[in-house]
Design a protein around this ligand. Structure first.
Ligand SMILES: Nc1ncnc2c1ncn2[C@@H]1O[C@H](COP(=O)(O)OP(=O)(O)O)[C@@H](O)[C@H]1O
Ligand SMILES: [Mg+2]
Length: 245
C-alpha cells in the first residue's frame, strides 16, 4: 500500500513521561481509518504528534512522502492535512460563514477558491447553509461539531484527522457524524478517525487500529476487527454491538 500518511515507530510523551511506544499507522489516499482504544491509550497523542503539536522522541511521520517532523504545524493545511481537535472547537462569536472562511484562511485572497470550497462544504453539510448568518456559539453541540468538521474541510484537505467527533453528541448527531464519513470517502477525502464509539468506528472503517497503553494492539480491516473474539472481549464490551461506554 502506498501511504498518504505513514507513521512509523512513533514514540513520544509529555515531559519525561512516555505515552506512545513504537506506534505505526498508515492511511492510504481516500481511506477511512479508525483508531480506537480505551481512554488514556494515547489516541489524541498520536494525532497531536502527527500535526507537530508534540514532537516525536523517535520515529518517522510522513505525509505524501514529505517528512513532517519539524514542519511548522500552520503549514499543514497547505500540504493537504487538516486536524479537527476534540471538543467541537468553533469561534463562538463568529458566524458560521466566518468560521468556515477561517478554515480557508491560507487561501483567503483567492476569493474564487474560497467560494468554491464553501459550496463544496455546504453540499456536504446542507444544514449549515441555513445557519450561515448565525453565531456559532448559539448553535447546539451537534451543530457546532458539524461546523468544526466543515471548517476543517474548507482547505480541501486530502486527509482529515478527527479526534472524537461524536463524543457527547445527541444520538441523531452521532448518526450524522458517521454518515459524513461515507460522504467523505465518496469525495475521496481520507480520514484518520479517533473514536470512543468503537463498534461504529469499526463498522465505518476501511481499516482500523486498536491502541492500548500507548502501543498498537492490533490492526486489520474494520470488519475483521469487529469479528475478532479478542477485540470483542477486550475492547467492544464483550459482545458485538456494545461499546465500552
Ligand atoms: N498535556 C498532557 N500532559 C501530560 N500528560 C498527558 C497530557 N495529555 C495526555 N496525557 C497523558 O497521556 C496519556 C494518553 O492520553 P491521550 O492521548 O489523551 O489518550 P486518549 O486520547 O487515548 O484518551 C494519558 O495517560 C494522559 O494522562
Ligand atoms: Mg483523546
Amino acid at each position: 500500500m502506498s501511504a498518504l500518511l505513514d507513521v512509523g515507530g512513533l514514540s513520544t510523551g509529555y515531559g519525561v513521561v512516555q505515552v506512545l511506544e513504537d506506534v505505526s499507522i498508515r492511511v492510504a489516499a481516500g481511506e477511512i481509518v479508525s483508531l480506537i482504544g480505551p481512554n488514556g491509550a494515547g489516541k489524541s497523542t498520536v494525532l497531536r504528534s502527527v500535526v507537530g503539536l508534540l514532537p516525536p522522541w523517535r520515529g518517522d511521520i510522513r505525509f505524501d512522502g514529505r517528512d513532517l517532523v519539524g514542519r511548522p504545524p500552520h503549514l499543514l493545511p497547505r500540504d493537504g492535512l487538516m486536524y479537527v481537535p476534540q471538543g467541537r472547537v468553533v469561534f463562538p462569536l463568529m458566524t458560521v460563514r466566518e468560521n468556515l472562511e477561517m478554515g480557508a484562511f491560507l487561501f483567503r485572497r483567492d476569493r474564487a477558491r474560497v467560494r468554491e470550497a464553501m459550496e463544496w462544504v455546504l453540499g456536504l453539510f446542507p444544514r449549515l447553509r441555513e445557519r450561515l448568518g448565525q453565531l456559532a456559539g448559539t448553535m447546539s453541540g451537534g451543530e457546532q461539531q458539524m461546523c468544526a468538521i466543515a471548517r476543517g474541510l474548507m482547505a480541501r484537505p486530502r486527509l482529515l484527522l478527527l479526534d472524537e467527533p461524536s463524543l457527547g453528541l445527541a444520538p441523531r448527531f452521532v448518526d450524522l457524524v458517521f454518515e459524513k464519513m461515507d460522504a467523505l470517502r465518496a469525495a475521496g477525502v481520507a480520514v484518520l478517525l479517533v473514536e470512543q464509539n468503537a463498534v461504529r468506528a469499526l463498522e465505518i472503517a476501511d481499516r482500523a487500529y486498536v491502541l492500548a497503553r500507548g502501543s498498537t494492539f492490533c490492526e486489520g480491516t474494520g470488519r475483521a476487527l469487529l469479528e475478532d473474539a479478542q477485540v470483542q472481549a477486550l475492547f467492544l464490551g464483550g459482545r458485538k454491538g456494545e461499546g465500552w461506554r
